[in-house]
Unconditional design. Structure first.
Length: 290
């Protein structure tokens, strides 16, 4: 079993077809197909179901996928160790993050990293599903994950690197006391827009317990940036990270702190073992930012 065979196998699993994988890897489709057949012959089993439209992993292929990704990550770590001697003159650094962390503080951290290692390519994978991030770190799809309010994770190093303030955002023209903080009751009176699990849902739960009545949101979306668009259009009120709310304020939205205050911990997670140079540099940036 050769490294290139595994590289081809992983590319086919990601793209779902020989043609797309060949284009991604800049190789001919016959060469890709021949390499896959040779790998299947060596293993004594088929790794893909050949379908009329694309290819799907067999149970044997699914069993091979995570170890194959791990092999690539180990190769990348070895290569990165060499790059460290050369001053991080290349390579790729992959991050998985919740979208709500992108604007604050991930964008600033990435900017600092680029100034120190401009030749390293950075890839950021955003997901609204928190469970996807530890999984991507464990399988080697990414080197670093960023999450909010995460507990200990088996086989992963987890460290808090900051906090994110959550504030209330109201449509332009809303009349609110500029010196008053906002309660969940006031948000519900304006019509609560939820952007997934988090502070907004907790405010609704607390208000329901306080009043003994069942309260609910008027709009629910699966992305917090959609909350911003709906608030600016006057559809209701929501809660957003301070940095995103500041952008809304520039467009006329009314922003107020919450009562009680709401903050969420920002955590980084990565695999055990010696970190590759790019990850070490990023950790140094995080330490400086604390």
């Amino acid at each position: 079993m050769e490294r290139r065979q595994l590289e081809y196998f992983v590319a086919i699993s990601r793209t779902g077809s020989l043609a797309a994988a060949a284009e991604l890897l800049h190789v001919t489709q016959p060469a890709l197909s021949q390499s896959l057949r040779q790998l299947e012959k060596e293993l004594g089993c088929e790794l893909f179901h050949r379908l009329p439209r694309g290819m799907r992993l067999t149970p044997a292929g699914e069993a091979l996928l995570d170890p194959a990704k791990q092999i690539f990550r180990d190769f990348a770590t070895a290569r990165a160790s060499v790059d460290a001697v050369l001053g991080l003159e290349g390579g790729t650094f992959e991050i998985a993050s919740l979208p709500g962390i992108m604007l604050d503080p991930l964008a600033e951290w990435i900017s600092a990293f680029r100034r120190l290692a401009p030749k390293v390519q950075i890839r950021v994978r955003l997901t609204e599903v928190p469970e996807d991030i530890p999984k991507a770190v464990r399988t080697g799809d990414v080197e670093l994950g960023l999450m909010l309010d995460i507990g200990p994770q088996q086989d992963l190093i987890v460290k808090q690197v900051g906090q994110q303030e959550i504030v209330a955002v109201f449509p332009p023209g809303s009349t609110l006391d500029p010196d008053e903080k906002v309660t969940g009751k006031e948000l519900l009176e304006h019509g609560m827009i939820l952007g997934g699990p988090g502070v907004g849902r907790e405010l609704i739960r607390r208000e329901s317990e306080r009043t003994g009545k069942q309260h609910q949101s008027i709009i629910e979306v699966n992305r917090r940036d959609s909350v911003l668009s709906l608030v600016l259009a006057g559809a209701g009120a929501g809660v957003l990270p301070r940095a995103l709310a500041t952008l809304a304020e520039a467009s006329g939205a009314v922003v107020r702190s919450l009562d009680p205050p709401a903050k969420r911990g920002i955590y980084v997670l990565h695999r055990n073992g010696p970190p590759p140079p790019a990850l070490r540099l990023f950790e140094q940036i995080l330490t400086t930012a604390e």
